[in-house]
Design a protein around this ligand. Sequence first.
Ligand SMILES: [Zn+2]
Length: 100
Amino acid sequence: MNADLDRHFPAEVWEEYVLGMRSEEDCKLLEEHLLICSTCQDLLVQADEYIRIMKAALAQDAPADPGGKPVTGAGSRKSLSKPFKASAALAGGMLLAWGS
Ligand SMILES: [Zn+2]
């Protein structure tokens, strides 16, 4: 048990705990450890804060995205060109239909 006291849980584990990604059994262990370990209490607070900031950043990003940001990534440009080509072909077909 003493060896356990010396071993702290990494920040990663606390982040997963905050996110609810840890099993019930893990949560019990973590909460028991929290009662006796101020180091991990700090880690938990930091993890909690980190995740709140992350979520806030994601929430800010999401609504601003459509149409707002210029497309810079080659990957996203690739994914954009496909539907564009499809609709261009469709428009071309429609023009041909109208012309005849
Ligand atoms: Zn600890």
